[in-house]
Write a protein that binds this ligand. Structure first.
Ligand code: ATP
Ligand code: MG
Length: 563
């Protein structure tokens, strides 16, 4: 992959383009488009399509358009249009001045429909939706012709005009392409290309009482924009003969439709319909809930555009559907942040530790390197005092073998500071809960002082006097099943514990003014991002992006040793 994140590895789509170059099919032009329907927020699957369409155009010195497929007025909203634009930009792609709407072409689409009627290739059909379905036949049974199929052209023109003028009720008539009722491909059995819908459109208002079907509007929109390679997902393979038929029947510029496998992720649902249910039924806080696979959710969680682009690059483009392990997406953000996120100390479940032989009023400013993987990131000062907090789980009164953290009588190093020894445990008399540890420190062992003394464990900590209280949210997957789509009801396997909120966390003072959206590694806890929505000036909220346990790297390592 190149520094700008574009796809440079070869895939079967590039091979098709190379062949087209050789045969001069489109005069060495590559013009693609990303065509979202503005009926929901974009998700990680769309990111794959965006990276592919914009990437392949960039690689071949071509262009990529952004086109809103807004042919269904009842489901679409302006809010979605705006979010889609923001998401594509955030991913790092630029459509220049080529942002279009299928609704820009409603006049042209209508004229072409009239042309199809005039050439005997389309007719107005009075069958109900139910009847059309019955007449269509099945995969093993040919369809039957509609009794209206052979209407004279004049009558079709008149009825279509009156459909347009709003004379008829919704569902009473449709315009159908006249293709072949016995075709083995159901999509070619006189598909509906226009329907009556008395709905207001977000851009054309009440001007239209008929709206084109997606399968009709899409090839024509592609053709009008001079798209050369119309890349779509596999389920449209069976629609390609219809795509081709429409362009042939009209005799207009003919883009090549190419299908690729859609992205599926484990423990995730991707369909906008299901994501909308999660939002509308309150299972999540919104489209941008950090647990959502939406671009806005991933952004809020703390994913970077670079990590998403490199993930899309890694998964590649194939012709067969498959399921990608969510661990691979998590791996991509760890790889990205490893060398660029500052490493800081945060205590999520604090336990007080008093260093009895440390002067009471003393504050030492200790030097802490920001990222050992990236010395250019420099260092910062961290205050050290007599009272600090450590992680509750880093102390064990009855330590098992090989417990290298703190235990009665044992020694550990406090990161960037001194070696300490646990002398005494204080407990709540009533509950028996450990409330405080008393320790001593060895003044000769300050980090960076050249002390040779070594101990096995190193703990992160924060100075009690300087610590900043924050809220931390730890996420796990939204579903308990690997493939929620396979369940009868995907909502039955929603994980009730997908968000754990910790309200008494303490972070080092350098994070007091952490900017919304900035990312850190909390030593031993993972990568975190300052929540841009719920953070207030006095109460920072941190989302955990991922833990440090890279299961994908482990899987890859195991694969390699097998080979
Ligand atoms: P959904 O089923 O989630 O509603 P869609 O295909 O109806 O998705 P569109 O807005 O029509 O959503 O999709 C815009 C583009 O993104 C299309 O070209 C579509 O093929 C592509 N796309 C959608 N989902 C995925 C996915 N999971 N993987 C790859 N590409 C996708
Ligand atoms: Mg769709």
């Amino acid at each position: 992959m190149t520094a700008d994140g574009y796809n440079t590895t070869s895939n079967f789509i590039q091979n098709i383009i190379n062949e087209d170059f050789e045969t001069n099919k489109y005069g060495r032009q590559v013009h693609t488009r990303f065509p979202p329907e503005p009926n929901g927020y974009l998700h990680i699957g769309h990111a794959k399509s965006i990276c592919l369409n914009f990437g392949i155009a960039a690689k071949n010195d071509g262009l990529c358009n952004l086109r809103f497929d807004d042919t269904n007025p009842t489901k679409e909203e302006v809010e979605y249009v705006e979010s889609i634009k923001a998401d594509v930009k955030w991913l790092g792609f630029d459509w220049g001045d080529r942002m279009y709407y299928a609704s820009d072409y409603f006049d042209q689409l209508h004229e072409y429909a009239v042309q199809l009627i005039k050439t005997g290739k389309a007719y107005v059909c009075d069958l109900s939706a139910e009847e059309i379905r019955k007449y269509r036949g099945t995969l093993i049974e040919p369809g039957r012709e509609s009794p209206y199929r052979n209407r004279p052209v004049e009558e079709n023109l008149d009825l279509f005009r009156r459909m347009r003028d709003g004379e008829f009720e919704e569902g009473s008539r449709v315009l159908r392409a006249k293709i072949d009722m016995s075709s083995p491909n159901l999509n070619l059995r006189d598909p509906v290309i226009y329907r009556i819908m008395k709905a207001s459109h977000h851009r054309t208002g009440d001007r239209w009482r008929i709206y084109p079907m997606y399968d009709y509007a899409h090839p024509i929109s592609d053709s009008i924009e001079g798209i050369t390679h119309s890349i779509c997902t596999l389920e449209f393979e069976d629609h390609r003969p219809l795509y081709d038929w429409i362009l042939e029947a009209l005799g207009i510029f003919h883009p090549q439709q190419i299908e690729f496998a859609r992205l599926n992720l484990t423990y995730t649902v991707m369909s906008k319909r299901k994501l909308r249910q999660l939002v509308e039924e309150g299972y999540v806080s919104g489209w941008d809930d950090p647990r959502m696979p939406t671009i806005s959710g991933l952004r809020r969680r703390g994913y970077t555009p670079e990590s998403i682009r490199s993930f899309c690059e890694e998964i590649g483009v194939a012709k067969a559907n498959s399921m990608v392990d969510i661990a691979m997406l998590e791996h991509s953000i760890r790889e990205d942040l490893n060398s660029r996120a500052p490493r800081v100390m945060a205590v999520l479940r604090p336990l007080k530790l008093v260093i009895d032989n440390y002067p009471e009023e003393q504050v030492e400013e200790l030097t802490a390197e920001n990222n050992p993987e990236n010395p250019a990131m420099g260092s910062r000062m961290v205050p050290f005092t007599r009272e600090v907090y450590i992680e509750r789980e880093d102390f064990n009164e009855n330590p098992p073998k090989k417990f290298f953290r703190l235990a009665p009588g044992s020694e550990v190093r406090l990161k960037h500071a001194y070696i300490i020894k646990c002398e005494r445990v204080v407990k709540d008399e009533n509950t028996g809960e450990i409330t405080e540890l008393h320790c001593t420190y060895d003044p000769e062992t300050r980090s960076g002082s050249g002390s040779m003394r070594k101990v096995k464990g190193t703990l992160h900590w924060v100075s009690a006097q300087h610590a900043v209280p924050v809220e931390v949210r730890l996420y796990s997957s939204l579903f308990t099943r690997e493939n929620p789509d396979e369940e009868d009801d995907f909502k039955a396997c929603i994980n009730p514990d997908s968000c754990e909120v910790l309200t008494s966390c303490l972070v080092e003072p350098s994070l007091a003014r952490a900017m919304a959206g900035s990312r850190y590694q909390f030593l031993r806890h993972g990568y975190f991002c300052v929540d841009p929505i719920d953070t207030t000036a006095n109460a920072p909220v941190f989302n955990r992006i991922v833990s440090l346990k890279d299961t994908w790297a482990k899987i890859m390592k195991a694969e390699q040793t097998k080979k």
